[in-house]
Design a protein around this ligand. Structure first.
Ligand code: MN
Length: 228
């Protein structure tokens, strides 16, 4: 049997709350502008135009509870998001069947080099430089849907140093979780291990080293991340 010419990269995997089991991550899909108030604060019309997605890399997800301030930026923003973890994939998944594909949920931060993303937007360039950098997706332990069900409403809140910065409710999502899964599956073959970051409510703002971000999603949990 042929061997690898270099060591194969490690699989990044999420801890599962209350167990020593792991959820291996395959792909990370992120939706843009999925809460109307956030679309408005970023200068866009929140009308229900087709959703759009970008990706982070699986190894950008970080479970350490620390976010090292990244290079080449002076404006790093927090975006708290409900995370969806898929237990099975498929193509052309019907909206009514989409939740059957969900293993569980978590809390993630779509950390964004806003200055670099802004330059990319202005120049019509891809967003990776602003979105898909090292450790750009701090995330907490996942919880199975078999325990908490499928949250579709409830508070989403991010505090920095104890002060509320972002607040919203999952019922304000323009595109709901089943719709996102169905839409993505029309364009990509989804598979077990895929993660979807479901967009952020308004109030995104900058962090600096020393800040402590406390992210909570009602019914899912709390994630605390220190900027180092
Ligand atoms: Mn986001």
């Amino acid at each position: 049997m042929p061997g690898y010419v270099i060591d194969p990269p490690a699989v990044n995997a999420a801890p599962i709350k209350g167990t020593d089991e792991l959820f291996p991550v395959r792909r990370v899909y992120c939706i843009g502008r999925n809460y109307a108030a956030h679309a408005i604060e970023m200068g866009h019309d929140p009308n229900r135009e087709p959703p759009f997605f970008f990706q982070k890399n699986p190894d950008n997800i970080d479970f350490s509870g620390e976010f090292p301030y990244p290079s080449q930026t002076k404006d790093v923003h927090h975006e708290i998001e409900l995370v969806v973890a898929l237990s099975k994939g498929g193509v052309n998944i019907a909206i009514g069947k989409a939740l059957d594909h969900v293993w569980g949920y978590g809390i993630g931060l779509d950390m964004t080099r806003r200055d670099l993303q802004g330059i990319a937007k202005d120049m019509g360039r891809p967003w990776e430089i602003g979105k898909a950098f090292e450790r750009s997706a701090p995330m907490g332990a996942l919880v199975p849907a078999s325990q908490i069900g499928h949250p579709s409403s409830g508070k989403v809140e991010l505090k920095v140093n104890g002060k509320v910065r972002q607040t919203g409710d999952m019922n304000q999502m323009i595109w709901k979780v089943p719709e996102m899964i169905s839409y993505l599956s029309d364009y990509f073959e989804l598979k077990a291990g895929d993660i979807i970051m479901t967009g952020t409510p308004s109030g995104v703002a900058a962090v600096v080293p020393g800040d402590v971000m406390e992210a909570s999603v009602e019914g899912v949990g709390v994630l605390t991340v220190r900027v180092t």
